[in-house]
Design a protein around this ligand. Structure first.
Ligand SMILES: [Zn+2]
Ligand SMILES: [Zn+2]
Length: 329
């Protein structure tokens, strides 16, 4: 348990985890197999962003995704459907979470990190309103860029120009690759995100995402056009690594829907008196509060390796502020 009594920042949080932010123990030395098992059990065997995205991907593949044969040439039917398969889950998940947590205030301040409510009537935001700003950058910019990339990838896959895989051809590879997609996504995200924090790129591009110091569900992929063009290049791995459309769908929802949860601003979602789902991600919440820390995810500890890890402590805040000052002077 951390002693917060000496932390000048304590009053700024409504809630924060008692223990320092955890990182994937898979990379710990000496090895900690029991902790690794606990980490992956926690991620895959409860209602989390991973399991929600996998369920979404399976349901979409089974019921809604057009067959690859239909995608061999560009035609409005399947292309509109791919766009809707991005838009509808995004609107439903972000809309429902926003409504429950911020409009209905269904669990009050329970496990809400930031004390403040979302911002209204503030000229920093497009339309002078944080939620409308976030909805525009998500549904306008992000959904457009990701859809165009997906059209290209499905089209290339459908024409057999890249190696693909089916369950029958390689069930082991099928599962292994599915399991590694979040790790690939974390690796890609770390480097793209670091690049976006270059002072020049930050000012003109990434600042749109960072208008949200206090984040909400719609902030997840509320990104500038150029940021989306970079962020969604993660999908092009499927042109190199043999994949099935289900891999791409899981990747898509992990990249698009899980940020809704991780930006929800609440650590857990309560249903009745029980905690029903893990949502918020204090690791990334700290990135939005202090900027020059926690560029990656807790899945691969790049931040620890490169000295930018913020574990929530007062010392880490001091170190982050010194680093930021040095970056901008
Ligand atoms: Zn950032
Ligand atoms: Zn963010």
């Amino acid at each position: 348990m951390t002693d917060f009594s000496q932390d000048a920042e304590a009053a700024r949080w409504n809630y924060r985890p008692e223990n320092p932010v955890g990182l994937n123990p898979l990379f710990s030395w000496p090895p900690r197999p029991a902790a690794v098992l606990r980490w992956y059990r926690g991620a895959w065997l409860q209602l989390t962003s991973l399991t929600l995205c996998l369920a979404l991907a399976i349901a979409t593949y089974a019921w809604f995704l057009p067959p690859l044969e239909a995608m061999q040439s560009f035609a409005p039917g399947w292309m509109v459907r791919v766009w809707l398969l991005n838009m509808v889950p995004q609107i439903l998940v972000a809309g429902a979470l926003h409504w429950w947590l911020y409009m209905r205030k269904g669990q009050g301040m329970y496990k809400k990190f930031d004390r403040r409510d979302l911002t209204q009537d503030n000229g920093t935001f497009t339309f002078r309103n944080q939620v409308r700003d976030n909805i525009w950058w998500t549904l306008g910019s992000a959904m457009t860029v990701c859809t165009v990339y997906q059209w290209l990838i499905y089209w290339v896959m459908a024409n057999g120009w890249v190696p693909t895989v089916t369950w029958a051809q390689g069930p082991v590879w099928f599962v292994v690759w599915l399991f590694f997609i979040p790790m690939w996504s974390g690796l890609h995200f770390y480097w793209v995100h670091r690049l976006e924090h270059h002072p020049k790129l930050y000012k003109h591009v990434h600042a749109v995402h960072h208008r949200n110091v206090n984040i909400g569900p719609w902030s997840g992929i509320s990104n500038h056009w150029y940021e989306n063009i970079l962020y969604f290049t993660t999908y092009f791995i499927h042109l190199v690594v043999p994949s099935h459309p289900l891999h791409l769908l899981f990747h898509i929802y992990f990249q698009q829907v899980s940020p809704i949860l991780s930006h929800s601003g609440f650590e857990k979602i309560k249903a009745g008196k029980t905690e029903a789902a893990k949502t918020g991600d204090f690791f990334h919440q700290l990135h939005h509060r202090y900027f020059e820390c926690n560029y990656g995810t807790s899945e691969i500890p790049f931040d620890k390796w490169f000295g930018t890890f913020h574990d929530g402590s007062a010392e880490a805040t001091t170190r982050t502020r010194a680093y930021k000052k040095q970056m901008y002077t």
